[in-house]
Write a new protein. Structure first.
Length: 165
């Protein structure tokens, strides 16, 4: 049974997966290091327009849809990969192997900066996820440093070196 974690907990070993049964191939991915959702601050302008145009069904419906989509987006960092869960009806999971990460940068909008949130952009050599945007997360500098340190440890454990060409 896992202990309850706050949504933006940064921890070196906040959770472990159960051990595989005899005869099963063990996976190296055992530790959840960080987990968070996307902040609703990304929808601030949508909500403002919905309030101003509250008499139109479209504006309110669009704002409600954006609210639910943002609430359903989750980010999880394990010791091997970064997982992004999204989708309203059909759940989609994007996975980025950390040893393939090339570059990471932190930015954000003025509104995100005022609320202590920001964007993290990850560039990787992964064909399906060459650029990944982690939007509106709390304390983006600390999260980016955790991702960077975890990716470096993952590369060292696998003996992988990045080459630019």
């Amino acid at each position: 049974m896992h202990a309850t974690r706050s949504p933006t907990t940064l921890s070196a070993n906040s959770g472990t997966a159960p051990q595989p049964a005899v005869g099963q191939v063990p996976t190296n991915e055992t530790t959840l290091l960080w987990s968070s959702g996307e902040g609703q601050i990304v929808n601030a302008w949508v909500f403002l327009w919905a309030i101003l145009l509250f008499w139109t069904v479209f504006a309110v419906g669009y704002a409600a849809c954006r609210f639910v989509l943002t609430a359903r987006r989750r980010y999880e960092l394990t010791d091997q990969r970064l997982l992004v869960y999204s989708g309203l009806i059909v759940r989609k999971v994007d996975s980025l192997e950390l040893y393939r990460m090339k570059d990471i940068s932190v930015g954000g909008t003025v509104l995100q900066g005022l609320t202590g949130r920001g964007q993290i952009t990850i560039i990787s050599s992964d064909a399906s996820t060459s650029e990944l945007l982690i939007d509106a997360v709390a304390d983006p500098q600390a999260v980016a440093q955790l991702i960077r340190d975890t990716a470096e440890a993952c590369r060292n454990a696998r003996g992988v070196r990045a080459f630019d060409y």
